[in-house]
Design a protein around this ligand. Structure first.
Ligand code: FMN
Length: 147
């Protein structure tokens, strides 16, 4: 089983969350590549059994510009067999909290085996660690079901 975490982050909240999830996957003995979006290529998606996406939200709950290529790659590559999850950080001050997570969720549900989503308010706190654990549980359980 091989996993990837493709993420973007400007002020560090989402990269912190990506690192926590990566550590929890490694603790399950799952080889996990942490891929910043500027190293992303669509062909990479075919190398993994599990792919998770991490994003912040922008401009009224929209995707960050740099995540559009990732979004389109999931829509156009044939990834029916890939188990996916999406996580993100946002600020509930904005009317559409973590809207980019919702946009990815709806698309991944159609094009992949979406297993789980996770939204975190700004910087991950101690009580988010348990939610990250659940996120990884759900991904790996889904892998066991589908293989
Ligand atoms: C101009 C601007 C617009 C934002 N718009 C939203 C939004 O629509 N929804 C939301 O949940 N968060 C919004 N945020 C908050 C960021 O998504 C949040 O701070 C996030 O944790 C940043 O992630 P990063 O630290 O990984 O860059 C906005 C922040 C800024 C500065």
């Amino acid at each position: 089983m091989k996993a990837a975490i493709i993420y973007t982050s400007v002020t560090g909240n989402t990269s912190t969350l990506a690192e926590i999830i990566s550590e929890k996957m490694a603790a399950r003995d799952i080889e996990t590549d942490l891929i910043p979006v500027d190293e992303f290529r669509p062909a990479l998606l075919h190398n993994y059994d599990i792919v998770t996406v991490g994003t912040y939200s922008w401009d009224n709950g929209d995707l960050p510009l740099e995540m559009e290529e990732v979004f389109e790659a999931f829509e156009t590559e044939d990834l029916d067999r890939v188990i996916t999850g999406v996580f993100g950080t946002g600020d509930s001050f904005y009317p559409y909290y973590c809207g980019a997570v919702d946009l990815f969720r709806d698309m991944l549900y159609v094009h992949t085996k979406l297993a789980v989503t996770l939204k975190v308010e700004l910087t991950p706190q101690d009580d988010d660690l348990h939610r990250c654990e659940k996120f990884c549980d759900r991904l790996t359980r889904e892998f066991a079901v589908f293989t």
